[in-house]
Design a protein around this ligand. Structure first.
Ligand code: NAD
Length: 520
């Protein structure tokens, strides 16, 4: 494994300045106004070099109340703005993000730890969803259908829903918000965002970037809000709040179960985007060079901290040893270091707790009878002072191990052998999660088998593409313990709207449906 010492981050203070990040920042924003918060201060340290980036005065329960009340008022106005006009605001937000792309990408990289290229990719995803949402603002279409009654017309329409609560995970500090917020905005909803406490500065920067657009377009104050607070002040109260008809939560399955339960008790809507345990099947006639590139990116990219990271590799027994060797060789060339260094491919884990989860998982693998092929060490020394750098690990395991069934949010790749395609698909599905899956094969019979009704049970199933990363045009999400939610492209917008069926009688008679006779 090749390691890199970190380059000094000389220009980060200029980036912070341009983004409007101060030493101490308010965590509560109503669009263009920042509240004078009095909540507990939280410090944000970079996992890249352990340096303090800035502090946040978190939102209090009273700030939360102020924001929700204002957001309700804003909804009454915003829902009446024609959808294409709302789309025009989103178009301008996309342009503001284009201008800030380099700086925001750098902050994402520095605060979260993903490499700069991925930080840029994340901001590009925000821009792409803005473009998508602009088009969507003219296509919030409902069906029309033929009535069974004479001189009657039936159709469906979609109305704005209300406040959309967005809870985001640390690993996509800005993109997850945009997937939800940009669709919600064109749908006529207002948005209240509770970001992860590990990456609050990214959320603050996003709000500073879009404030000018909101101001110039007279968007009602309260339409797009931020409540960066701890879960005591912005937690179960947010989930239980009947004024928030939809909670879209991205995070671990444990937190998602709590969200589902509390929102469900009040019969609210929840959109859950939770953990994955993603596998790639590699068949005997796969293009192994292509598969290798997809596996390495999927397993070590973002230091294994993507919901779609490749966690399991299900390899045909006839090519198992050869492919394992190729992987080990490839891992030797993966450069680990400061995520802002252009040569780096793997940055740090988010914090020391994540490092503990990584080392504990490796200990569990050994305890259950698995063996470590390579990696699994904590790096120390110059450039690694933050204590968050590890060497990506490859382990040989059996699929039923408890630790393999669990999502460890770190770069551990489990190798599993198979002999028939039916067995491979069974292994792929035999975990509690159902997010992303892939097969590398040139056999049409095997790939179609993988995509059939009794094939992959995941929300995402790819052929000759890895598990990690997705385009915004498709609906994104997964089944089973991944939560069943879908966001981003396709018709995911429908969950952000209130659906209404309308039947209009333009005749002079009042026939009842199903021919029921009821004469007075
Ligand atoms: P996490 O579950 O620890 O936290 C997620 C969010 O939930 C955070 O903002 C957290 O503050 C918030 N939260 C926790 N308790 C809450 C409560 N009672 N009320 C309201 N909010 C509460 O997850 P994480 O460590 O930030 O992110 C990693 C996890 O997210 C992984 O499991 C990963 O697979 C998952 N993830 C899933 C997707 C997806 O689209 N399926 C995308 C990204 C990340």
């Amino acid at each position: 494994m090749s390691t890199l010492t970190a380059t000094p981050v000389s220009d980060i203070s200029e980036v912070l300045q341009r983004l409007g990040i101060e030493q101490v920042n308010s965590g509560a924003c109503t669009g263009t106004q920042w509240l004078n918060t009095t909540g507990e201060t939280i410090d944000s340290f970079s996992p890249a070099d352990g340096q303090l980036i800035g502090s946040i005065k978190q939102a209090t329960a009273a700030d939360y109340e102020t924001i929700i009340a204002l957001s309700q008022q804003a909804f009454n106005e915003w829902r009446l703005v024609p959808a294409p006009k709302r789309g025009e605001v989103v178009r301008q937000i996309g342009n503001a993000l284009r201008e800030a792309k380099d700086d925001l990408g750098k902050l994402v990289s520095y605060e979260m730890g993903k490499i700069y290229q991925e930080g840029l990719g994340e901001v590009q995803e925000m821009i792409d969803i803005c473009d998508f949402a602009v088009g969507l603002s003219r296509q919030l279409n409902g069906f029309t259908m033929h009535s069974e009654r004479p001189r009657h017309r039936m159709y469906e329409q979609y109305h704005p829903l209300g406040i959309v609560g967005v809870i985001s995970a640390f690993n996509f500090p800005v993109a997850v918000w945009s997937w939800n917020a940009m669709l919600a905005m064109v749908c006529g909803d207002t948005v209240v965002w509770k970001p992860s406490s590990k990456v609050m500065l990214c959320a603050i920067a996003v709000h500073k970037i879009i404030a000018g657009v909101l101001r110039e377009n007279n968007v009602p104050e309260g339409t797009v809000c931020l409540v960066a607070g701890n879960s005591k002040n912005v937690g179960d109260n947010f989930l239980a709040d009947k004024r928030v008809p939809l909670i879209s939560a991205t995070g671990s399955t444990n937190v998602g179960k709590r969200v589902g339960r509390i929102v469900g008790e009040r019969l609210g809507r929840s959109l859950l985007e939770l953990g994955g345990n993603n596998a790639i099947i590699i068949t005997p006639d796969a293009d192994q060079e292509m598969a290798l590139r997809a596996v390495v990116f999927g397993a070590v990219g973002t230091c294994g901290q993507r919901c779609t990271s490749t966690r399991r590799l299900i390899i045909h027994e006839s090519i198992y040893e050869a492919f394992k060797q190729k992987l080990v060789n490839a891992y030797k060339h993966v450069k680990i270091g400061n995520p802002l260094n252009p040569a780096t491919l793997v940055g740090p884990l988010i914090d020391k707790n994540a490092v503990n989860d990584f080392t504990n998982a490796i200990a569990e693998v050994k305890k259950e009878g698995g063996s470590i092929v390579c990696g699994g060490e904590l790096l120390s020394g110059p450039g690694y002072e933050s204590g968050c750098y590890v060497t990506p690990c490859i382990a040989e395991v059996e699929n039923h191990y408890k630790i393999v069934q669990h999502e460890t949010f770190a770069p551990i790749l489990y190798l599993i052998k198979y002999s028939t395609i039916e067995q491979a698909i069974h292994l792929q599905n035999d975990v509690p999660q159902g997010l992303s899956s892939a097969i590398f094969s040139n056999s049409m019979r095997e790939t179609e088998r993988f995509l059939a009704a009794d094939g992959s049970d995941c929300g995402i199933a790819n052929v000759n593409i890895g598990t990690s990363g997705a385009e915004i045009g498709g609906a994104f999400g997964g089944e089973k313990e991944t939560g069943g939610g879908r966001e981003s492209g396709s018709d995911s917008w429908k969950i952000y709207m209130r659906r209404q069926t309308n039947t209009i009688n333009y005749g002079t008679d009042l026939p009842l449906a199903q021919g029921i006779k009821f004469e007075i």
